[in-house]
Unconditional design. Structure first.
Ligand SMILES: Cc1ncc(COP(=O)(O)O)c(C=O)c1O
Length: 394
């Protein structure tokens, strides 16, 4: 079983996280703790399957077959208690390409699409890229906890004649794993106003103990028909570079429309190694995933405890899922520019800027804890030392 403490040098692998450090943060000494991939090797069964496939030596056109459908069906039933039909599946190189296709095929220019901010930055760009009207239902933040403003949710849908709602569950960056009653309430409102739900559940497998992921499409037959769910093993098993994801669409007409759109773009195939990794991960990766979640849980507790004990200037919004910590840095009393500069130049850590997730992210930064403990510890040492150096005399 893989040791999550092992440090692997990723520089020189064309890693967006590691090889773009100097370009993005203007200093190659900055420790990258930003983009959502992990500094852990993929599970051994995945590495073995990939090696075997590479050893075969021929990489011709490759199809997704019944067996891939079986493996996905089994995974969703086992991990999320969600029983899907294999017919509901279609494949895509990524969740974001899928959302582009969905927007193009199910909405018209100027149509309103709603998101819950702060949220993963491409949710903004996919809407803008197709000249759709972006409607925001900001999450409320009280006593360190994010929640949905349902009144605003329904009012915005009515006022803007919203056609589509892109749900992020679990939510990146705030780490909420939406509860069944919250999903039901949002779902009922969408059904009432005929809103197409697009549920991005890419972080579905990364759930901390005490919480459970609920696919919104599972809640009722009406919601099943009104929802397109986008999923992928790439976050769960650290396979983002292999680009393999899938969509679950129960509604036949919707599925046909989306599939036609993919076909029109010539996107009807996944890459050979992506398929191989998906199959091996879902078939034999579960034990690794359990260990990963244990490790992430320890890392989360470590960061919360250290920041709590060693500084009063940063508070962690405790996540229920994902490996991304949303740091409330407002007590540092810095403008966003100063906060970015402080993290980059004084602490020398590369974090995601809170405002890249929307205006609500002012005063926040996002920290990725999916790294070996030594890397995480180094990052935390840097942040705490920088804070204590700057603020000790104040
Ligand atoms: C919520 C969410 N959706 C989608 C993605 C990216 O998906 P893909 O790489 O499959 O396009 C990410 C990556 O961080 C994410 O956090």
């Amino acid at each position: 079983m893989r040791n999550f403490r092992e440090v692997t040098d990723r520089t020189g692998t064309r890693s967006v996280k590691w090889d773009m450090t100097e370009q993005l943060f203007k200093d190659k000494e900055v420790l990258p703790m930003w983009v959502a991939d992990m500094d852990f090797k993929a599970p051994e069964p995945v590495l073995n399957a990939l090696s075997e496939r590479v050893d075969h030596g021929i990489f011709g056109y490759t199809m997704t077959d019944e067996k891939i459908g079986d493996v996905i069906q089994h995974w969703l039933a086992k991990r999320h208690g969600w029983n899907i039909e294999k017919d509901w599946l279609s494949y895509s190189p990524g969740v974001i390409p899928s959302i582009h296709m969905i927007i193009q095929s199910l909405t018209e220019p100027e149509d309103s699409i709603m998101i819950q901010t702060p949220v993963y930055p491409p949710f903004y760009s996919v809407i803008k890229a197709h000249d759709r009207h972006l409607v925001s239902n900001p999450l409320s933040f009280e006593n360190g906890h994010y929640a949905i403003d349902f009144e605003d949710f329904e009012a915005k849908i009515k006022q803007n004649n919203v056609k589509m709602f892109i749900l992020c569950n679990p939510h990146n960056p705030v780490g909420r794993v939406w509860k069944e009653h919250e999903l039901k309430q949002m779902g009922d409102i969408c059904l009432r106003h005929n809103v197409q739900i697009v549920s991005d559940e890419i972080h579905a497998d990364l759930i901390f103990p005490g919480h459970a992921h609920v696919p919104i499409a599972k809640l009722s037959e009406d919601l099943n028909q009104a929802t397109i769910t986008t999923l992928s093993p790439t976050k769960t098993f650290n396979l983002a570079g292999l680009q393999a994801s899938y969509l679950v669409i129960a509604n036949e007409e919707t599925r046909k429309t989306i599939k036609d759109q993919f076909n029109q773009q010539g996107l009807y195939m996944l890459n050979t190694l992506g398929i191989t990794a998906l199959e091996a991960a879902y078939q034999d990766g579960e034990e690794w995933l359990e260990k990963l979640i244990e490790t992430l849980d320890e890392h989360k507790s470590y960061v919360i405890k250290r920041l709590h004990q060693e500084t009063s200037h940063i508070r962690v919004v405790e996540p229920e899922g994902t490996y991304l910590l949303w740091l409330d840095c407002r007590s540092l009393n810095l403008s966003q520019n100063e906060l970015r500069r402080f993290m980059r130049e004084d602490a020398k850590v590369g974090l995601n800027d809170g405002t890249s997730f929307g205006d609500e992210g002012e005063g926040f930064m996002r920290l990725n804890i999916a790294a070996p403990f030594a890397t995480l510890e180094e990052g935390l040492d840097r942040i705490i030392t920088a804070i204590n150096t700057t603020y000790s005399s104040q």
